[in-house]
Ligand binder design. Sequence first.
Ligand SMILES: Cc1ncc(COP(=O)(O)O)c(C=O)c1O
Length: 388
Amino acid sequence: MEDKGISKKEVFDDLKEFKKQDMNYRSGRILGSMCTCPHPVGVEAYTMFLESNLGDPGLFKGTKAMEDDVITMLGELLGKRDVCGHIITGGTEANIMAMRAARNSARILKGIRDPEIIVPKSAHFSFKKAADMLCLKLREADLDENYCMDMDSVKELLTDKTVAVVGVAGTTELGKVDPIEELSKICYKKNIYLHVDAAFAGFSIPFLNEMGYNFPKFDFNLPGVCSITIDPHKMGLAPIPTGGILFREKRYLKAMSVETPYLTEDRQSTIVGTRTGASTAATWALMKYMGREGYRKVAGKCMELTGTLAQGIRESGFKLVTEPQLNIVAFQSGNMSPDEIADLLKEKGWAVSIASYPRAIRIIVMPHLKEEHIKTFLMDLKDINHGS
Ligand SMILES: Cc1ncc(COP(=O)(O)O)c(C=O)c1O
């Protein structure tokens, strides 16, 4: 940093140069992200609450009241109105909090000192971080032929050290929904903590079901489900960073709370201390503004475009890894590797991602994608397959 500052104009001219290097969602060129253009109502609410700190909620009572409201609304969406939880930075923090709650609860109630968790092989890498930070042994269950968690494998991995089982509703790579109802039965019977990672699909499955889709049960309606991750900054259209963690009972938050001597609350359960209230304000505003009807339209449109994309991909001579269950399409080619396809698409200005299991091009049909983007993409994909 220089001793003397530069003018505001110079600062913003420089910022514009940096911004030019960034991609943006509106271009329709970002095809491999689970984030999207934040809705303007969320952005306005976010900027209105920039100085509020939920790490010190006694100073920001209005924001705290909004957080309570948002948690209740999210709980309602996921089968239980009287849940507790927090609005945090995203799915990673939510999953770490859930694993911490499970580990601490098992230590308190069962005296487990060498804890293990079971996650599907398709689980997000945030569980690897959680396992590392919380000294948990990570046991990965196999997937079945549909890329969902294999129940026999789960049963084999269960031990008297298992402190949590994780099921995913909307896997990161393929958008699959694990058999959460079966997991719930087992975990409930054995009194093992079950966490559902619905970071991606928590904001779409409930709305799609209202429209006649028939997704398997995955939420608090299942008695074994102890916590759910749901990210407003994915299909909820909230600005980054906005994640949500919901717990069935207060005791899970209590199991990881620490004393906070100098703040306006006595104890704190979140990982971070200072925590923006802006994300909460944005989520509150959006849930009120959009209503269920607004989110039904968003989720429904993404599924419609997913169908168009999947069909176009097939017609261009590529093979889908699996029939899309949610708004994610993964595909392969008989004569090109996913890396080669991704490189060729990059040359044409498209940013796709590559799934690891199986290796395939992965496209997430987020709300920033419109018909014209899909159409142009499919034309480019056809060209690639024909070598032009
Ligand atoms: C299922 C799932 N869980 C957790 C995460 C992590 O979310 P974040 O990147 O917001 O930390 C992701 C991210 O894509 C995800 O797909």
